[in-house]
Ligand binder design. Structure first.
Ligand code: PLP
Length: 360
């Protein structure tokens, strides 16, 4: 059997080992209840504690107060692409979108399908999404502004979030959820598929400012209605109980690391040493502009596609897995989420340097 590898997959992705070990230890008999969390009623007292603790920990990591609701939803971030316009669009006030890649496009496509009024106010498609647009204006008469905080495929990330005044800022944080400190008060809604930085696939975290819940009308399908999920503590229907349990433990893991500032410091260090390696080489070429680089998904190219294939194959042999770039763009992508230890990035760097000297 293979030993545990360094997992650079973009998602589902690496999780903290201590969380997996705890889940394993508790799998058959959850804290003495005599049954597994997988077998337990979502209406039981025990699960009530699990979900309340998970909500508390999500809030605690980022100092989020009672003016926001934390919800655990299903359907991935993709379901939120539809939920956002359904819950937040106001007739006569266009929804604004900034297009920074494939996931932004998918979010925009759902707004279009739902026939809501929308405008794309900026895009980086002109140079194949290698930067985050800086100049755009936000009309006061808008329902919300939607951005993709981190572009998993293109390796770009918003460095500073835009000031939107009274217009709710909505961010898809799927691939950089809780990778660094941010001020929740800048946002109306943030959402994230958990499978990159927060837990397993099949669970989505949404954090919604409570005053916006008034926009959720009764004619929205219940499964996508924020007001219903907020009022019923994510228990309107059967939730992903196991996923919620894992997300709670991942949040507690962040707190145990020393909190979000410590995790951010480590993330920046990992990204810095990896980008330094790329920048100081003639062999590896970064794809994202320097001022827009992601600290979560580091994308780069080798001199040709044959070498990229060889790189991925030899890296896998060396227990460094998941480095192939997204099929739509090719190249190499190292996803270095919170749970990737510094030693994983250091091992990758050593491998890259050896590969360069053997192949250039
Ligand atoms: C930024 C971003 N948004 C949305 C999605 C889609 O998420 P899901 O598969 O959970 O629907 C992804 C998936 O990789 C993503 O990276």
């Amino acid at each position: 059997m293979k030993e545990r590898v360094f997992n650079f997959n973009p998602g589902p992705a690496t999780l903290p080992l201590t969380v997996l070990e705890k889940a394993k230890e508790e799998l058959l008999n959850y804290r003495g209840d005599g049954l597994s969390i997988l077998e337990m009623s979502h209406r039981s007292k025990t699960f009530d504690t699990v979900i309340s603790n998970a909500v508390t920990s999500v809030k605690k990591v980022m100092d989020i107060d009672e003016t926001y609701s934390v919800m655990f939803l299903q359907g991935g971030a993709t379901a939120q692409f539809a939920a956002i316009p359904l819950n937040l669009a106001i007739h006569g006030k266009p929804a604004l979108y900034i297009n920074t890649g494939s996931w932004s496009k998918k979010a925009i496509a759902e707004a279009k399908k739902l026939n809501i009024e929308y405008k794309v106010i900026a895009s980086s498609e002109d140079t194949n999404f290698n930067y985050i647009p800086k100049s755009f204006s936000i009309d006061e008469n808008s329902s919300y502004l939607h951005i993709t905080s981190n572009n998993t495929i293109f390796g770009t990330q918003w460095q500073d979030y835009p000031d939107t005044g009274n217009i709710p800022l909505v961010a898809d944080m799927s691939s950089d959820f809780y990778c660094r400190r941010f001020n929740i008060n800048k946002f109306g809604v943030i959402y994230a598929g958990a499978q990159k930085n927060a837990g397993p696939a099949g669970i989505t975290i949404a954090i919604v400012r409570n005053d916006l819940l008034e926009r959720s009308h009764d004619d929205i399908p219940s499964l996508l209605n924020y007001k219903i999920y907020a009022e019923q503590n994510s228990l309107y229907n059967t939730p992903n109980c196991f996923g919620i349990y894992i997300v709670g433990m991942v949040m507690d893991w962040i707190l145990k690391q020393g909190g979000i500032d410590k995790v951010e410091e480590v993330n920046k260090k990992k990204a810095e040493i990896l980008y330094n390696t790329i920048d100081s080489s003639e062999f590896f070429k970064p794809t994202a502009n320097k001022d827009s680089r992601s600290i979560m998904n580091v994308t780069f190219r080798l001199p040709n596609e044959d070498l990229e294939k060889k790189f991925v194959a030899e890296a896998t042999e060396a227990n460094l897995v998941g480095l192939k770039g997204h099929r739509s763009v090719g190249g190499i992508r190292a996803s270095i989420y919170n749970a990737m230890p510094v030693s994983g990035v250091e091992t990758l760097i050593t491998f890259m340097k050896d590969f360069e000297s053997q192949n250039s």
